[in-house]
Design a protein around this ligand. Structure first.
Ligand SMILES: [Zn+2]
Length: 230
C-alpha cells in the first residue's frame, strides 16, 4: 500500500462504523489499533517495530493489557505479529478494508464493488446485530446511554434494542434498523413505525416540539448514515 495515499475520512468511518463494532473491539483494543495505525500505514509504513512498554505508557495502559490487546488484534486479523523479542514487536498492519473477516469492498463494505464471491449487500445491512453481545453493545454504545425515542437517560440494565421498522413489517436486525431505547418506550411502541411513535410521545407531552424535531432528524440520519456504503 504505502505508495497509495490514504483516504483519512473513509478510514476513520470504516474504523468507527464497521471494524470496531463488528469485531467487538474493547476501548483498549481500539486505542492500540489506532496507535499502531498512526505510526505505520498513516505514515506510509506497512511494518512497524515498537516496544509494548512505550506504547502502554503513551496510552496510559497497563503493560499486560497492552500486550493482550496486541494479541487479540493479531487473532482478529487486524495486524500480524511477525516477530517478538526483547526489543519489542514487529507487526504488519492491515487497513480495515483489507481485513478478511469484515469482507469490505472499496466503498467500506462488501457490496456491488466488492470482490467476486462476496455478498452483494452492505455488511452492516446483512449482519444480524442481535446475534452476539458485542454486536448488541455496538448499538447501545451508539446511543450513549440515552433512549433513542424519549431521549431520557436510564440505567444500562433497562436498555433494550428496538426495531425502527418493526419485525412484523420485515424490519431487519441491521445496524441502522436497531436502536437502543428504554424499556417503557420499547413496550409502548410495540409494532408501530418509529415515526408514528415519536409523534405519539409529542402528543403525550413526553417530547417538546424541538425534541420531536431532533428525534425525527436522528431517525432520518440513521437511514442516511450508511448510504455511502450502499
Ligand atoms: Zn424511552
Amino acid at each position: 500500500m504505502p505508495n497509495k495515499t490514504l483516504n483519512a475520512k473513509l478510514l476513520w468511518m470504516q474504523f468507527e462504523d464497521v471494524l470496531a463494532p463488528r469485531l467487538g473491539l474493547s476501548v483498549k483494543e481500539r486505542a492500540v489499533y489506532c496507535y499502531l495505525l498512526r505510526h505505520s500505514l498513516v505514515v506510509g509504513k506497512l511494518r512497524l517495530q515498537f516496544a509494548v512498554m512505550a506504547m502502554a505508557r503513551t496510552l496510559g495502559l497497563a503493560i499486560g493489557a497492552a500486550r493482550q490487546a496486541v494479541r487479540r488484534l493479531d487473532e482478529l486479523g487486524t495486524l500480524r505479529v511477525l516477530k517478538r523479542n526483547k526489543t519489542g514487536h514487529l507487526v504488519e498492519m492491515r487497513l480495515p478494508e483489507k481485513i478478511r473477516a469484515l469482507r469490505l469492498g472499496r466503498n467500506g463494505a462488501s457490496g456491488p464493488t466488492g470482490a467476486a464471491g462476496e455478498p452483494p449487500a452492505s455488511a452492516l445491512e446483512t449482519t444480524d446485530f442481535l446475534k452476539t453481545w458485542a454486536l448488541r453493545k455496538a448499538i447501545h454504545d451508539r446511543e450513549r446511554g440515552a433512549c433513542f425515542y424519549c431521549h431520557r437517560r436510564t440505567p444500562a440494565h433497562v436498555h433494550c434494542l428496538d426495531h425502527v421498522v418493526p419485525r412484523v413489517r420485515f424490519g431487519r436486525n441491521s445496524y441502522r434498523n436497531l436502536v437502543s431505547c428504554c424499556l417503557e418506550c420499547n413496550s409502548r411502541k410495540a409494532d408501530r413505525p418509529a415515526r408514528d411513535f415519536l409523534r405519539t410521545l409529542y402528543r403525550l407531552g413526553r417530547l417538546t416540539a424541538a425534541e420531536l424535531d431532533g428525534r425525527l432528524r436522528a431517525l432520518k440520519d440513521l437511514a442516511a448514515q450508511f448510504a455511502y456504503l450502499l
